[in-house]
Design a binder for this molecule. Structure first.
Ligand SMILES: Nc1nc2c(c(=O)[nH]1)N[C@H]1C(S)=C(S)[C@@H](COP(=O)(O)OP(=O)(O)OC[C@H]3O[C@@H](n4cnc5c(=O)[nH]c(N)nc54)[C@H](O)[C@@H]3O)O[C@H]1N2
Ligand SMILES: Nc1nc2c(c(=O)[nH]1)N[C@H]1C(S)=C(S)[C@@H](COP(=O)(O)OP(=O)(O)OC[C@H]3O[C@@H](n4cnc5c(=O)[nH]c(N)nc54)[C@H](O)[C@@H]3O)O[C@H]1N2
Ligand code: SF4
Ligand SMILES: [Mo]
Length: 724
């Protein structure tokens, strides 16, 4: 029996856990691995049911990929083969395609599920071994808008610029488009004080599990129409300014651009915002005054005030502007960088934060450096042992990368690492057609996901507790993921796969294979950057989980601050105390405008999408856990009883949804907590129930984030005879 302390494979809360590998059974059966929560500030020893069942997916299960698979021609089935043959095939096709069409013929799709080391190696592999600009990742679907907003306004993108435990003291928490009660259940413990004071305010078109936390006087639930958040927030800002409820001293000391911001919110008086947001003018005024009073009380010795955003407000065409509006509110209230509160976005994927720092984004090099900035290119090229001239420029963001497949602008081959794009990308039918048009699709995965099932070459990888690595959680803390068990003999570490491919492609820049070596390289390459990891230590990450940025000096000495739980803190737990990330040290307010809405459906219904507690993302992992699948086995659409009755739909009936993009079928779940003009679907299911058959791929022009949360749809009953 052996015990290993590590962190959960799924979301960015990164709850700590102890894995116990029991000795092999008497008949040589595989050793069972059990999971228990371990103490850690974000999770307080707790786990959600996904984390608690995660170990079932380790090791040699019958549905685990245990050998490389190849397809001999388009219509052939996948067959097992050797690593040599699989890698040779990948390399010879890549070489031929690049000879014919140039380096950009090859695309790479990465993920916020990859460890820092894998994400870093993937970006380096694309830019040096493949010399392609065409790399992006699924964080574009997740964190791109909030990241862009924080970079523009605060000058630095770290999801929470303060420890999560700072929320424990809050009297008021405004949660916009986030359903932590389902998506990060242990997070809820940090909202208890605010709830006790009646200060939890949840903004969601649904009465979500998180909105229910406001029941019985614990807070307030505001239910805007999907996409109504931007006018709502601008109107709250309008009231704060009109009623002189802002912190003038803070604004003049710590910000620029107030005039332009004030001008742009001038037209958003509450009665006007009411018409487009679906929240009453009275509630808007109440919210502004409540926030202002709480912030004022905090400065008079009271408790802090926080505004947090999640995917519900970010995954829209105006997601960046909405996140900017939320940040701007906290600036008007004089909060960021003080003890009185601030703004944060709740990062989603396990390594959603590190994943966006390591250089797998189309426009970024490691350390949040810019691929178009000459000095950044020079620094990274030198540290990689190559020249800036040899590095490609900026590539195509994820949706364009996928939606141009099969066109002149599209890549001819795609390597996918840690994403199931035929379930999770917008307009999945479009993506499927594009993948079919490729000359080569290579998928690295643990299981045969819907995307892997379409591949020409499938490479089985080790996962989570079968290998070592680091991840960066939602607070910017770098955590060690430790190896606890041995993976299937036929699977390989992704770092080895990338290094081996680089070797076979005769890359002049070699890639390291061992996580600790890659980690050492990350330290060197990010030194001096905004996301500076240079002061880190492999072992120290395991002991104290330091906060970036960590320069050499900050990395070695404990910060003078202690965490609220009394543990020593290494690195920079709280950002912006003296200055913001911009060169002038100030936060940059600016104008925010509302773009015209897209045409509504003839039936006046809007589909929004999101998550269930039991399933994770595209469901590749959690649909394989029996007790999770049993709770929610198939695609459903939540509909208000009145809306359902109008359409002759009963609870449990099968219904068809149509959008301008496609159709799907799902089972109706009646939910009186929804707005009557809104329906909700989880996106965890593939095939004819995939929510992304309906989403269009409309993009936020600032972040290129797709609009997942607002699609005009019609809803119809289907008879059993029509439904096979
Ligand atoms: N169980 C589970 N947990 C997860 C994940 C998972 O797949 N399953 N994924 C992880 C990842 S990668 C992420 S990004 C996070 C996401 O975590 P969340 O952001 O909490 O997740 P969502 O369910 O996508 O959206 C949150 C809420 O936004 C609401 N919403 C929809 N449209 C709107 C709108 O227009 N305005 C407002 N105000 N609200 C709206 C939805 O009703 C939903 O309740 O969760 C992480 N944790
Ligand atoms: N309609 C709608 N669509 C959405 C969203 C929404 O709210 N609504 N949310 C979006 C968001 S926020 C996100 S984050 C995306 C997520 O959606 P995807 O990008 O599809 O992410 P996952 O489903 O987590 O896919 C991860 C895959 O990687 C595999 N995997 C796990 N670890 C590793 C590893 O170390 N290496 C490799 N190679 N593979 C690994 C898993 O088995 C799984 O098949 O979906 C987006 N799509
Ligand atoms: S909340 Fe997130 S990190 Fe914690 S156990 Fe659940 S999935 Fe894992
Ligand atoms: Mo996400």
């Amino acid at each position: 029996m052996s015990e290993t302390r590590t962190h959960c494979p799924y979301c960015a809360l990164q709850c700590a856990m102890t894995l116990t590998a029991h000795d092999a059974g008497p008949l040589g059966s595989a050793p069972a691995v059990t999971v228990a929560g371990a103490s850690f500030p974000t999770s307080g020893g707790r786990l959600c049911r996904k984390g608690a069942t995660a170990a079932q997916l380790l090791g040699d299960r019958p549905d685990r990929l245990t050998a490389p698979l190849v397809r001999d021609h388009r219509d052939a089935d996948l067959r097992e083969t050797s690593w040599d043959e699989a890698l040779d095939r990948v390399v010879s096709r890549i070489t031929a395609l690049q000879r014919r069409h140039g380096p950009d013929a090859i695309g790479v799709f990465g993920s916020g599920s990859l460890t820092n080391e894998k994400a870093y190696s993937l970006g380096k592999f694309a830019r040096t071994a493949l010399r392609t600009s065409r790399i992006d990742y699924n964080g574009r679907f997740c964190m791109a808008s909030a990241a862009r907003a924080a970079t523009e306004v605060l000058g630095l993108d770290r999801g929470l610029p303060f420890p999560l435990t700072d929320l424990d003291a809050a009297c008021t928490v405004l949660l916009l488009g986030s359903n932590v009660a389902d998506t990060m259940p242990p997070f809820v413990q940090h909202l208890q004080k605010a709830r006790g004071l009646g200060g939890l305010i949840v903004v969601d078109p649904r009465r979500s599990a998180t909105a229910h936390l406001t029941d019985d006087g614990a807070g307030h639930h505001l239910a805007p129409a999907p996409g109504g958040d931007l006018p709502l927030l601008l109107s709250v800002a309008h009231v704060l300014l009109a009623e002189s409820l802002v912190d003038d001293d803070y604004l003049s000391r710590r910000t620029t651009g107030l005039g332009a911001f004030r001008h742009s919110v001038g037209e958003w008086w509450p009665e006007r915002a009411q018409a487009v947001s679906g929240v009453s003018a009275t509630r808007i005024r109440w919210l502004a005054r409540h926030l202002a009073a709480a912030a004022r009380a905090s400065k008079a010795g009271g408790d802090p005030v926080f505004i947090l955003t999640g995917r519900g407000v970010e995954q829209h065409r105006d997601g960046t502007d909405t996140a900017k509006a939320a940040i701007s509110l906290t600036l008007l209230l004089g909060l960021p960088g003080t003890r009185h509160g601030g703004y944060g976005t709740i990062t989603g994927q396990g390594n959603g934060q590190g994943g966006r720092e390591m250089g797998q984004k189309a426009d970024q090099l490691p350390g949040l450096r810019s691929i178009t900035d000459p000095a950044d290119r020079e620094t990274v090229a030198r540290r990689w042992g190559t020249t800036a001239d040899a590095l490609p420029g900026a590539g195509l963001p994820a949706t364009q990368l996928l939606h141009t497949l099969g066109t002149d602008r599209g890549v001819k081959a795609l390597l996918v690492h840690g994403a199931n794009v035929v379930v999770s990308a917008p307009d999945v039918r479009h993506v499927e057609r594009g993948l079919r048009a490729l000359d080569l699709l290579v998928v690295c995965d643990v299981f045969l996901s819907e995307t892997a099932a379409m591949a020409d070459v499938v490479l089985p990888v080790l996962q989570w507790a079968e290998e070592d690595g680091t991840l960066t959680n939602l607070e910017g803390r770098i955590l060690r993921r430790r190896r606890a068990v041995t993976g299937p003999a036929g699977a390989r570490s992704e770092l080895w796969i990338l290094a081996e491919l680089a070797r076979r492609l005769d890359s002049p820049v070699p890639l390291a294979e061992e996580p600790e070596e890659v980690f050492a390289e990350i330290r060197r390459v990010t030194a001096g950057s905004r996301a500076d990891y240079s002061g880190l230590d492999w072992e120290r990450c395991a002991d104290v989980a330091p906060y970036w940025p960590l320069t050499q000096t900050r990395g070695t000495e404990p910060s003078t601050e202690l965490s609220t739980t009394g543990e020593p803190v290494i690195g920079t737990p709280r950002l912006f105390a003296e200055r913001f990330g911009h060169a002038d040290g100030r936060a940059h307010l600016g104008p925010i405008t509302v773009r015209p809405a897209q045409p509504a459906s003839a039936h006046g219904l809007t589909l929004t999408t999101g998550r269930l507690m039991e399933h994770y993302q595209s469901g590749t992992q959690t649909r394989r856990v029996r007790e999770l699948l049993a709770v929610h086995p198939e695609a459903t659409v939540s509909v208000h009883p009145a809306t359902a009755a109008e359409r002759g739909l009963e609870d449990g009936a099968r219904a068809e949804l149509r959008s301008a993009t496609g159709t799907l079928r799902a089972r109706v779940v009646l939910d009186a907590g929804l707005r009557t003009d809104t329906v909700f679907m989880p996106f965890h299911f593939g095939g004819t129930g995939a929510a992304n058959r309906l989403t269009a791929g409309l993009l936020d022009p600032l972040s290129q984030m797709p609009e997942f949360k607002s699609t005009p749809v019609d809803l119809h009953p289907i008879s059993a005879a029509d439904d096979e």
